[in-house]
Design a protein around this ligand. Sequence first.
Ligand SMILES: C[S@@+](CC[C@H](N)C(=O)[O-])C[C@H]1O[C@@H](n2cnc3c(N)ncnc32)[C@H](O)[C@@H]1O
Length: 316
Amino acid sequence: MPYDSSHEPETIELDQTFLETVVYLDRTYQSYAINNLTYLVPIDEEEVERLHIMHNVLFRIFDGRLIFAPIHRPRRILDCGYGTASWAMEVAQLHPRCEVIGIDINPTMGPEEMPANLYLQVDDLNRRLSFDSHHFDLVNSWLIAQGIHVNRWTQYVRDLLRVIRPGGWCQMVEIYFNVQSDNGSLTPDHALYQWSAKYLESMNGLKDLRAATRLPNLMRDAGFVDVESRMISLPTCAWPSNARDKEIGAANRDNVQRMLYSFAIFPFTERLGMTSQDAHHLIDQACAEADNLTFKAYFPLYVCIGRKPRSRRWGF
Ligand SMILES: C[S@@+](CC[C@H](N)C(=O)[O-])C[C@H]1O[C@@H](n2cnc3c(N)ncnc32)[C@H](O)[C@@H]1O
């Protein structure tokens, strides 16, 4: 695949295919992602802002830790679907002797200036990873469920295992897009509930929006060991009573209000055939309910890590 890396002695020209965009209902999408039904989320300034907000939410949730796998002095790290490259940048700055490589189908959301040890490349995670086997100390894969084809998951996680060195780690983070509330106040009549149901339906046969819940099994089945997983509630607004979670909820409110629109508008209209007016109406109501403290609504966030065994004969 063509890639763009200003650090390479022979820079390969970035393929125009990945730079072409299309405007749909006032939002800008990558043409390649739309034409191939790879990623139905906008890639404009608004989305860049949302990703920065989301990154700050995760940063708070993980108490400022970017790497939670037990790794010291990593030499090579891969970030799959780097987005704005916030994670990759911070990791590269934290570990200046480590080569950090990010891959994404969309090269336009990354920073203009980068540390010398960060290399951003264009590639599609739905294809076999082009890296050598046993190469990385750590592979990071955060929030790319909407970009992985539904039948690709088993092979995707196997590919991650392949490129990790024996003893190296993989860390995955995904949201389960089925909104929850534990106090019984959110019912199927509510727009927020319907947003979830319709969003999952709109991706049926295309993406696995339940992949978050399957991460531990996917990792174990691929051959990872010491797999650990945790579900963390991601409040849709500042409803939690304890100060830390309230702050996370307040920060995440901004993300959720944008996400309910940016994730759904294309799938609702193009995949479910809703009119733009109906889609806007449902999303507006869902936003109001997400912002309503009494529902105590949250999206489950799944975090999963696993290690590649040291002593095994690998067939790759
Ligand atoms: C929700 S963003 C997450 C970005 C980043 N991981 C983060 O946590 O902020 C998803 C990213 O995955 C990228 N993406 C989606 N499908 C992809 C694919 N098949 N191959 C490579 N990148 C993909 C998108 O372009 C987008 O930048």
